[in-house]
Design a binder for this molecule. Structure first.
Ligand code: COA
Length: 159
């Protein structure tokens, strides 16, 4: 276990947030070619980060090594309205990344615990996540954390 603290990211953390989001998307590409990243990934990520940091319905949580201050993990949570269902609001984990040398040291678990606190604070009654089917590590992590299947997404390539 590593000593970390978690804070809500601000515009001053934009570069650290962007770096981890870009790494996450490149990891998805490695896992499955259907997640091939765009050629201008860096600028797309930069714009995305500006948007999520400014949104009132999105919380961007950053884990930092307490000893060094280095950003070591990231979790992005978005509140969504399930207009047809109860509980009415859900919190969706849209991006979740722990730097590789910090993995298996509870950073992900601590970030998820904090995300659950934030989800409740946002008025959500359920928390969900979607990730590439080939990401078996994420599967093991969420299984251990008590997540269960909610929906299924199928695909058929058209080209
Ligand atoms: C998924 C991820 C966030 C987990 O973060 P982490 O800090 O390594 O997770 P933790 O140390 O808190 O692990 C908690 C439990 O999850 C399970 N788990 C985590 N990594 C695992 C692995 N590589 N293999 C099997 N189980 C694993 C274990 O049950 C683990 O408990 P244990 O170490 O006592 O056995 C991290 O592996 C990661 O960033 N992966 C790349 C990006 C990604 O897949 N993001 C999720 C998609 S949304």
């Amino acid at each position: 276990m590593v000593n970390i603290y978690v804070k809500e990211a601000t515009s001053e953390d934009a570069d650290a947030v962007a770096e981890m989001i870009a790494r996450l998307k490149m990891l998805n590409e490695e896992l499955d070619p259907h997640f091939k990243t765009v050629s201008d990934l860096e600028s797309v990520v930069k714009k995305y980060v500006e948007e999520i940091l400014a949104s009132k319905d999105i919380r961007v949580l950053l884990a930092l090594d307490a000893a060094t201050g280095e950003p070591v993990g990231l979790l992005v949570l978005r509140k969504e309205d399930r207009i047809f269902y109860e509980p009415r609001y859900k919190a969706v984990i849209t991006d979740f990344y722990v730097k590789s040398k910090y993995r298996r040291r509870r950073v992900g678990s601590i970030l998820l615990e904090k995300a659950i606190d934030h989800a409740k604070d946002m008025g959500a009654g359920i928390i969900t996540v979607v990730y590439p089917a080939g990401n078996t590590i994420a599967g093991a992590f969420y299984e251990r954390a008590g997540f269960r299947d909610l929906q299924v997404e199928k695909y058929k390539p058209l080209y």
